[in-house]
Design a binder for this molecule. Sequence first.
Ligand SMILES: Cc1cc2nc3c(=O)[nH]c(=O)nc-3n(C[C@H](O)[C@H](O)[C@H](O)COP(=O)(O)OP(=O)(O)OC[C@H]3O[C@@H](n4cnc5c(N)ncnc54)[C@H](O)[C@@H]3O)c2cc1C
Length: 461
Amino acid sequence: MTTIAHTSLAAALRAAGFVGRLVEQADAEYDTARMGWNGAVDRSPSAVAYASDADDVAAAVRACRSLGHPFTIRAGGHSVSGRSVRDDALCLDLRALNGIEVDAERGLVHVGGGALLGELDAATQEHGLAVPAGQISHTGVGGLTLGGGIGWLMRRHGLTIDSLRALDVVLADGSRVQASADEHEDLFWALRGGGGDFAAVTSFTYEPRAVGPIILAGVLVYRWEDAEAAFRATRELIGTAPDELTIMNVLVTAPPQEPFPVELHGSRVVVVGIAWCGEIAEGERVLAPLREACPPALDAVGPMPYTILQTMLDGTAPHGGRYYDKLHYLPAVSDELVAALLAGFEQVPEPEAHIVTGWMGGAVDRVAPGETAFGHRGAGAFTWLIGASGDRPVEPVTEWVREVWRETERFSTGGVYVNALDDGRSVRDAYSDDIWQRLVEVKRRYDPEGVFAGNGIGPVG
Ligand SMILES: Cc1cc2nc3c(=O)[nH]c(=O)nc-3n(C[C@H](O)[C@H](O)[C@H](O)COP(=O)(O)OP(=O)(O)OC[C@H]3O[C@@H](n4cnc5c(N)ncnc54)[C@H](O)[C@@H]3O)c2cc1C
């Protein structure tokens, strides 16, 4: 990128009416502004433009399109592969669009395209409501929703997209429309799971569910020698449990801190994460067989505010750490898969790296495949290999993730979550043939030149 091109980009943005802050390469804040959540992604965008409102988003899209200048959209900045920042492309940052308006009377919540999950939870919980979403409170609503949205409430209330009712968007030509079941239905379909390459979303409208404020949740921690038994017992429980129960088993090195008992510090453990969003006493009854069949070394499951559950894992994903991830969808969590995961985790090179295995089903499967663009209805579970190395080099955990992924590939459905695309998979791999064909048609209709290209769908004209 030459200085002349930068100047013309800045001039074009202002001429198009962009009034937000623009951080260019020569500016002191540039080095901070260009970084997303993953400290291993080191890219040099042509500039970072902080949109102040939806008009600004439209102005930036018009300016970039008229110049033929590539851009990416950043909301929470959590894309692990860093697709919200690209070399020599403008990074259009939507974080300032984080207003949240709960319309309790109509049972809707309007959420700015740059809001974070923690902001959404705080606003909805004031009304005893929640939008089912992800597990780390500083993840962006934007990217998470557009890919599907997996989390603690999914078996009872579905994916995040299953609560989505409308989106206010800026199209590739800079015009602003709403997509819903009544308007631009094809775009509405694609934006529910198809990733972020169709439009810039300035506002999401969800129908939140009654949740909490107190739910039954927390962790059961098992010693490594009990790992297989813990997986068998949780699999048995989830096989017959009501949809109110979601379980995620995490292989992790116990850090030297609460709630882990001192004797487990530094040891490999299985953390069984539990969320029950129904009546508390009923949840205790449902969990009793697990506690009896496989008593944990630490039982920290009890009534807690939903907002505490939603921040419980934040410490495992600090900003600026270095990360690399890969995911498998699974038909089932077989004994053979568990043995392979445990063997893989015995080779883990860094204490921050972990493996999350979560059971799906329930409400996720009550939406027919193809009703939204999310490609993995019917998957029994997923296993997410999360390489994390703090401020140390990421290469050893990257190699480890790849190796465990290869060792467990035979248990996979073969699909990949568009929100966990790593360097080795393309967006095409995230969809079945028929969903992909429909996505390409929507792309052709709304953005044939590939103005939005964060995921890599690119031009399809
Ligand atoms: C620590 C961590 C925890 C996670 N936990 C979960 C989880 O529990 N469940 C789950 O399903 N996923 C989870 N993810 C994956 C997460 O859904 C994706 O990384 C997602 O892309 C993050 O969204 P973001 O807005 O923060 O990311 P960004 O990096 O800001 O955006 C990623 C891409 O999304 C698109 N995009 C974002 N906002 C908009 C918008 N308003 N309009 C148009 N396009 C947009 C763009 O293409 C952008 O390049 C997690 C990721 C991390 C790093």
